[in-house]
Write a protein of this length. Sequence first.
Length: 126
Amino acid sequence: MGGDFRALADRMDALLVGRLGDPVTLADGRTIYGAFASPFVGAEIGGGKGGALRLGGAINADEVLEPTLTARVVDVRGVKKGDFLTIELSTLLGGGRYKVVRPKPDGSGMIELVLSVSNERTDDIT
């Protein structure tokens, strides 16, 4: 009976992620779906009395989060640190090419891929 529950839960996860997730193209060309989150989307910098503030004065570097993609572990098999992926959203929503910094599995069949913005000038250095 436990196998039936797991099979149903897997089907439900696949259906929900496939219908509600953001499209992502992996380095090998596969398209998967997941929940993309970027701390920079919708963030406003500045806005003090006199208008915009200096960037250093407006942002606490300790509070800046990295962009992430949460997906099913089975969908991202083979993806590793240093791989590139493309979030297939408009640039206004944070879409574009990202580099996988580290995977963070949560133990429930989902994984959070911590991302960094792809920068061709620094990719060869790191």
